[in-house]
Design a protein around this ligand. Structure first.
Ligand code: PLP
Length: 396
């Protein structure tokens, strides 16, 4: 059933209503894996349907479907598939249409798991990726080959906050009949809708902002119906499926997405401005700052109704590794942790985190230095968050 298009603040609460077949406001968790057949014919029919709800748990689940309905409305696509992690969504979207000897163009600076999938796993199946500089639009065009199937981007990227020109990528893909995919985890559909720029597939780690409470893993693929069906054909055979319990947590998290993200946007901008002025800070990487090199591009890609530039930011201290470590480990209110997008504010040291993925030379080329700190701003008081940083900067 096609639901009416709502404003995003309504969508997060009501876009999935049509999928709730009960009168319960909060739908029950259907943890049954299999369903009683009314007749043999009916079971056979269900087995042959796409994404049947009353058949077997790996094929579909009412709550998973309900969460998908909301996500497709948020990203303005026909359809969505929810899987058990962001990486399941990313690998499924890629793998379901690729075959041996296909070619991908991706930006150099991507979520580390995605880089590893493209760089280390897909080549084993004869699928090669050319990695290009996301800030140089021409480099995408130049990398196109006769067998290029996918252009894959992420904007802003992690941890440099570089922006990819989605309008350019969308047009390039259309002109050359290459499918375009964008990981929209960082900005969320509250701030950015890649399909507005002609991007074909929008991906999310639902583990981050969509879930929002650091208590579930999930992944989302948003696209046209026929592509989502291809994803499902692959995913349910490869064994990718979100558990109904996680789906229920995702539905709960989604309800407050817009409130959380707006507050996080606001606090991140405050923090970025504070850090910019601090004498012990060398450089701040936040697209919302007017002196950020790609500020105009970032601004143009935000939704008109968007409240801001997201809540991920990085900065470099005027300090060596030892002092940077001391700073991060002294933080009281900020938690030293990987991941992002939850209600609690997190700090991380990218150079330590990605040592397993990149060589020193790659670090240097990407721009990750030993004095860099990455922040994921939560929903606590911005003043308290700044105060904690202020105290710790005094110690170095
Ligand atoms: C975390 C993350 C992923 C991977 O998501 P998981 O849920 O951990 O599998 C992909 N892309 C981005 C931008 C992320 O931050």
């Amino acid at each position: 059933m096609k639901s009416k298009k709502f404003n995003i603040d309504t969508s997060v609460i009501h876009s999935g209503d049509s999928e709730n077949q009960t009168d319960a406001i909060v739908p029950p968790i259907y943890h049954s894996v299999n369903y009683r057949g009314k007749s043999l014919d009916k079971i056979v029919k269900a087995a042959l349907r796409k994404r049947p709800l009353n058949f077997y748990g790996r094929y579909n689940n009412p709550l998973v479907q309900q969460a998908g309905k909301i996500c497709s409305d948020l990203e303005k696509t026909d359809d969505a598939l929810i899987l058990e992690s962001g990486m399941a969504a990313i690998s499924t979207a890629l793998t379901c249409i690729l075959k041996s000897s296909d070619h991908i163009i991706a930006q150099k600076n991507l979520y580390a798991g995605t880089t590893k999938y493209l760089r280390d796993i897909l080549p084993r199946f004869g699928i090669k990726t050319t990695f290009v500089d996301q800030k140089n639009t021409d480099s995408f065009k130049k990398a196109i080959r006769y067998n290029t199937k996918i252009i894959y981007v992420e904007t802003p990227s992690n941890p440099m906050m570089n922006i990819t020109d989605l309008h350019y990528i969308g047009k390039l893909g259309k002109r050359h009949s290459i499918m375009t995919m964008a990981d929209n985890t960082f900005l969320t559909p509250v701030n950015q809708n890649p399909v507005n720029f002609g991007i074909d597939v929008v991906l999310h780690s639902g583990t981050k902002f969509l879930g929002g409470h650091s208590d579930l893993l999930a992944g989302v693929i948003c696209s046209k119906k026929n592509f989502i069906e291809k994803c499902w054909e692959y995913a349910h055979i490869a064994g990718h499926v979100l558990s109904p319990f996680e789906a229920s947590l995702l539905l709960r998290g989604l309800k407050t997405l817009t409130l959380r993200v707006r507050k996080q946007n606001e606090s991140a901008l405050k923090l970025a401005n504070y850090l910019t002025l601090h004498p012990k800070v060398k450089k701040v990487y936040y697209p919302g700052l007017e002196n950020f090199p790609q500020h105009e591009l970032a601004k143009n890609q935000l939704k008109k109704s968007a409240a801001g530039f997201g809540s991920m930011l990085s900065f470099e201290l005027k300090a060596d590794y030892r002092k940077t470590k001391l700073f991060i480990e002294s933080l009281k209110l900020w938690t030293l942790s990987v991941s992002l997008g939850g209600v609690e504010s997190l700090a991380m040291h990218p150079a330590s985190m990605w040592i397993a993925y990149y060589t020193k030379e790659q670090f240097r080329r990407i721009g990750i230095s030993e004095s860099m700190v990455r922040l994921s701003v939560g929903i606590e008081s911005a003043d308290d968050l700044i105060n904690d940083i202020e105290i710790c900067l005094k110690r170095i």
